[in-house]
Design a binder for this molecule. Structure first.
Ligand code: TXA
Ligand code: MG
Length: 340
């Protein structure tokens, strides 16, 4: 299959949005930018289109998808139960990097939710994502547009590196602003439960959902026989091919540690860069967790280019969006963490 590149330059903008809508209405699959990461979109009403997503990504069949909407009216066909707490969350966090798990309505095929009777829904804030939803007139099921297990894509180039020839089209948009995926909260449990930390922080969530609990899988490895509330959390994920280890500790300890190692790549904070003697990449300002989120996936994608034995990543603080970065990093490192 030839993957169409849909340009957003001024001349092509309108025809590209129109073309993406046409493909989606014909049960095709199109990678679209969002404010978090690029998504691989298909009509959420079409079983056959949704099936194509699972095949293109090599996604395990038991990992459900998020349905993307552009206005609240679309919810009528997606869920039968838009509770008061769901309304409050929509008011506070939509449009934006927030996903809520609700009871699944009958119009959404079971395969979207991997057989569960719930459905995850998000209203993105990204203008292009919203224009594609509007133009297609469809709610769009869209996981991150990467090969399953690889770091999520934050640029159109990342998408093409993984999926060129396997999908109908990619919208050649800008790099994503947030850089990590949306926060996922289940409102089908009592009390509500954080399944995946993301662009909306725990601190922000607690202002709207004071009794929110954090699922144990957010910070630790689920046991192999444990039933996981968010199936996506049980897989090794976001991982470079090179062995990756997460390292926690202050800057002095981290720099001292990597400087005793050879055949390695240090993924460090900006202000540690000059002191490190091995190969290195800086990935953010330690006083601003948002910078780590924005750079995380492109840095994980670059790590394999260095051809080293081990990658040692300095773990950021778990404050704010730092918790989402930490959650992705422990999975990228297959839960190997050294605490200095
Ligand atoms: O920011 C995002 O959320 C991006 C962009 C494209 O919107 N999408 C994304 O999708 O990250 P994906 O498929 O890579 O991650 C979806 C996560 C998985 O961890 C999945 O298990 C969880 O959401 N999920 C989806 N539906 C669920 C449900 N019904 N119950 C529990 N977890 C669910
Ligand atoms: Mg994903």
């Amino acid at each position: 299959m030839k993957t169409e590149r849909l340009s957003l330059s001024q001349v092509f903008f309108e025809s590209s949005i129109k073309r993406s809508a046409e493909i989606l209405n014909n049960d095709g699959i199109v990678a679209i930018p969002t404010e978090t990461v690029y998504g691989l979109a298909a009509s959420a009403y079409s079983k056959s289109a949704v099936e194509k997503i699972f095949i293109a990504k090599g996604r395990p069949q038991d990992n459900p998808l998020i349905v993307h909407i552009s206005h609240l009216d679309m919810l009528n066909d997606i869920t039968s139960d838009f509770s008061d707490i769901a309304k409050k969350c929509a008011d506070a966090f939509w449009p934006g990097p927030f996903t809520m798990v609700l009871k699944r309505g009958e119009k959404i095929p079971k395969s979207v939710s991997a057989g569960l009777d719930t459905v995850a829904v998000r209203m993105p804030s990204d203008d292009i994502a919203r224009q594609v939803i509007e133009a297609s007139g469809l709610p769009l099921a869209a996981p991150s547009a990467n090969i399953s297990g690889a770091p999520s894509p934050t640029s159109a180039t990342h998408v093409l590196n993984d999926l060129d020839g396997k999908i109908d089209a990619v919208i050649m948009g800008d790099d994503c602003g947030v850089g990590v995926e949306s926060t996922v909260v289940s409102l089908c449990t009592n009390p509500p439960r954080l399944l995946r930390p993301g662009g909306v922080t725990v601190e922000q969530l607690k202002e709207v959902i004071p009794d929110l609990v954090i699922d144990p899988a957010v910070l630790a490895q689920p046991k192999s026989d444990e039933k996981v509330a968010s199936p996506g959390m049980k897989y090794k994920h976001y991982a470079p091919k090179t062995e990756t280890v997460l390292v926690s500790g202050d800057s002095e300890a981290y720099v001292g540690f990597v400087n005793t190692k050879s055949d390695c790549l240090a993924i460090c904070f900006d202000d540690e860069y000059e002191s490190i003697k091995t190969q290195k990449i800086a990935y953010g300002d330690k006083n601003n967790e948002e910078t780590f989120a924005k750079n995380l996936f492109s840095v994980l994608r670059k790590a394999d280019d260095y051809n080293v034995k081990t990658v040692y990543i300095h773990s950021p603080s778990k404050q704010g969006v730092g918790l989402a970065v930490y959650n992705r990093l422990i999975r990228a490192a297959s839960f190997k963490e050294i605490v200095l």
